[in-house]
Write a protein that binds this ligand. Structure first.
Ligand code: ATP
Ligand code: MG
Length: 244
């Protein structure tokens, strides 16, 4: 299917500049890209090439300077704050490198947090949180606090939290950046399962070609531009190079 009518992400001629004391600095230049439902996309590129800036725009945490972004068919630029928050909550689950877990809250409560923002009743929140805990293999840790579990387990909690709203799209900025090789493989197996079994669309930033290899498609950024967009399997070695 080549049409883009039902793309999850549809970006056209997107530009992003940051205002600095020295004047505007272009960071993303003429980015056009679409992601269809069920795709698993890895984003690579050197440090400073614009990956996090791009992810923040995809996640509606930041806005482009020009160009258009349609998320799940909605024109993000035409929405007000509340509409945008609602769309984001409905469609996107975030997984960030630092986990961002609340240290004093139990694992169960950490996972249920996005449902509070949604106004889901308490018993339903617990039911859903425990369902997600089981899904990431941490059912026995529901009452633990984040500092009582390992880094890999914390990342799984962060993934469970991203899943609790049943997102169509998961955005992950270096989700294995803090993890050892074995734990990284476990986390990537979980993403693969979510993609293949549940059909969740995944866009994931990584510095490592081994991690990118779990995706089907690679988008490589260099100096704010897309320099490769195609199958991971066919990417030239220079497009898979580690970049830090
Ligand atoms: N708030 C800001 N104001 C000005 N410049 C910024 C701001 N945030 C990022 N930049 C600049 O934009 C460029 C892209 O940054 P970005 O964080 O998107 O890179 P990245 O590809 O995620 O890098 P890394 O691999 O190191 O995480 C960098 O040159 C950075 O210095
Ligand atoms: Mg970054």
């Amino acid at each position: 299917m080549s049409g883009t009518a039902d793309a999850v992400i549809r970006i056209e001629q997107l530009h992003k500049e940051y205002e600095t004391d020295a004047g505007p600095v272009p960071v993303l230049k003429d980015i056009s890209v679409s992601v269809m439902p069920g795709e698993f996309v890895a984003i690579m590129g050197p440090s400073g090439s614009g990956k996090s800036t791009f992810m923040n725009i995809l996640g509606c945490l930041d806005v482009a300077t020009s160009g258009s972004y349609r998320l799940n068919g909605r024109d993000v630029g035409a929405l007000n704050r509340d509409e945008l928050a609602h769309l984001r909550n409905q469609v996107i689950g975030f997984v960030f490198q630092g986990f961002n877990l609340l240290p004093r809250a139990s694992i169960e409560d950490n996972i249920a947090l996005p449902l509070i923002y949604r106004g889901t009743p308490g018993d339903e929140r617990l039911r859903r949180a425990n369902e997600m805990l089981a899904k990431v293999g941490l059912a026995t840790h529901r009452a633990s606090r984040p500092n009582q579990i390992s880094g890999g387990q914390q990342q799984r909690v962060a993934i469970a939290r991203a899943l609790v709203n049943q997102p169509k799209l998961i955005l992950a900025d270096e989700p294995t950046g803090n993890l050892d090789t074995h734990t990284s493989q476990e986390i990537m197996a979980l993403f693969t399962e979510l993609n293949e079994r549940d059909g969740i669309t995944i866009v994931l930033v990584t510095h490592e070609s081994d991690i990118a290899a779990y995706a089907q498609r690679l988008v490589r950024l260099a100096d704010g531009r897309i320099v490769y967009d195609g199958p991971v399997a066919h990417a030239e070695p220079q497009h898979l190079e580690a970049t830090t």
